[in-house]
Design a protein around this ligand. Sequence first.
Ligand SMILES: Nc1ncnc2c1ncn2[C@@H]1O[C@H](COP(=O)(O)OP(=O)(O)OP(=O)(O)O)[C@@H](O)[C@H]1O
Ligand SMILES: [Mg+2]
Length: 627
Amino acid sequence: MAGLEPEERTDKHRWKLGGIVGWRPSRRMQTAEETQKSQQAAAMRGLLHYAKPYKRQFAGVLGCTVIAISADLLQPFIVKIAIDDHLMKGGAEFRPLLLLGGLYLLLSLLALLFSYFQNQLIQRAGQGIVKKLREDLFRHLSRLSPSFYDRMSSGGLVTHISGDTETVSQFFTQVCLSLVRDGMTLAFILFLMFQLDPVLAGYSLLLLPAIALIAALFRSYMRQTYQLSRTRLSRLIAFTAENLSGMNIVQAFRQEREQEKLFEDRNSSYYEANLREIRTNVLFNRSFDLLGNLSVAFVTWLGGRAVYGDGLEFGVLYAFITYIRQFFQPINSITQQWNTLQAASVSMERIWKLFQTKSELNETDSQSIGSSGDPRLAAGAVRFDNVRFGYSPDEPVLHGINLHIEPGRRIGIVGTTGAGKSSLISLLCRFYEAQQGTVSIDGVDVREIPLKQLNRAVGLVQQEPYLFSGSIIDNVRLFDPSISEEQVLQACSFVGADTMIQRLPYGYATMLSEKGSGLSAGERQLISFARIVVFRPSILILDEATANLDSSTEKMVQHALDAVSEGRTTIVIAHRISTVMDADTILVLRSGRIAESGTHGELMRRGGYYARLYAHSQGQADEHSAG
Ligand SMILES: Nc1ncnc2c1ncn2[C@@H]1O[C@H](COP(=O)(O)OP(=O)(O)OP(=O)(O)O)[C@@H](O)[C@H]1O
Ligand SMILES: [Mg+2]
């Protein structure tokens, strides 16, 4: 079937994003940088739009964070009270100490509990956002026209759906969380320190810019090493994937050694980048620890002198030292988020560009007609009026095609490789749209037929039929539950696929993987014929469909097809002229033009291009039978 739709169109989701984000390029010519900025801003706004439904969760995160941090940071304060108000005063009163101990325990439990809630909430929101994003992205991609897929590599798209959305999720679960949690922690520590002793707090504050500067410098260096190792890893993965999928070619051409060598190069460069990254990481963490210890020493020295001079209570010094220690962790963590933030903004921008790509096929509203099929397209008359088409407009492939096919006729199309046969069919299935002229079915312009209806009306069998991951039954009925298993079984035995399917380990329930691996090309073909029998389209197109079948299977399928095509418009494209000889009309396509047309007899009498093709094919057939 042509251009399958995995699910019902839900147009209400479709351009919602574009509408809300409303990104418009300004009239003034923008510099590249400005364009990028506004793209980024649009992407950010889009992201916030996704976050909107989770407002309450985010508010909850904020609340939990405040409680968790307060509970955490009040602990040294409790110890300070215990030291200054009880231990240092002497006296053997245990009750207040016990009380303080209990309070300490309570605070740590509170901190634990609320960090757990905070984590749960933010994960739920972040994962929810990304789940929706992935859904929308996949839905959007499944609506884009084939010309988009001519330009994009599927590997890149896989990265968008898996990797980029994952990075975006990290934006919420790491960046946002860190900004809130660590920002608050810093502010809270500073507040407590000033509460305890403004002078000592002032001195400690002197350290802050130095710590931040060193952290930022190190981070930027670490970012480079990180990116280097990521790039090398993705190169390694891409190379491995390419090799695995083309392993039969590699082996057939005895390229194993060369490929191994190339693999080793990539592997060792990744190894080196990784080692460098780890070295930098260790160096940074240790230096940061050292810096922390220096600060503690500094405060101990300053504070110790003050304690001796009786200007400072011992408990206050204890609390101070604890806070200074806790000071480093949030700074470290915030500077770390810079990486994730940048990665997320790049990812979001890439995803955004995809959302901005519109299908080149304008979709008419499919809600107005029932899903069973368009009654207007029952007969199956096909018309091409002065159709011009090229995959890129400046390289025309079809030049002014005029073609009228009456309902129920059997048409054969022949022509050399690259003549434009499949392109002609692509226009009828509306994989692409003609640049000029109209293609219509039963008098309705194909551009006005909802794709779903068109797919029902035009059944296409190609040389390499696409099978979905799913059972054989689902592959035949295309996941349409309104078609019973009975119908599927009947269709399969009708095209002679029955015996082949019975032999499979689980019969009709056998799960096929992508590309139908496990089945031969001919077996896949049989399944796609069964589809046609089940869906009974008013127009049947066979593009080199029987080329993969052995001659006895082909005879059987031909028989079934004759029965199916009875009363249906049938277009058969074939290299073997014998396949189309008995067609009502044979079209001879030559360099994107219809060179000749007529019945086999008429064309032979004419003694033109067709007659030459025929003679040529006969010659080949003779050679084969002689050899
Ligand atoms: N997706 C595409 N993007 C760009 N050019 C294309 C694309 N598909 C086909 N072409 C070009 O269009 C021309 C016609 O191709 P088409 O597939 O229609 O030929 P064909 O008659 O079906 O050939 P064959 O008998 O080999 O199947 C060729 O020159 C081909 O290179
Ligand atoms: Mg072709």
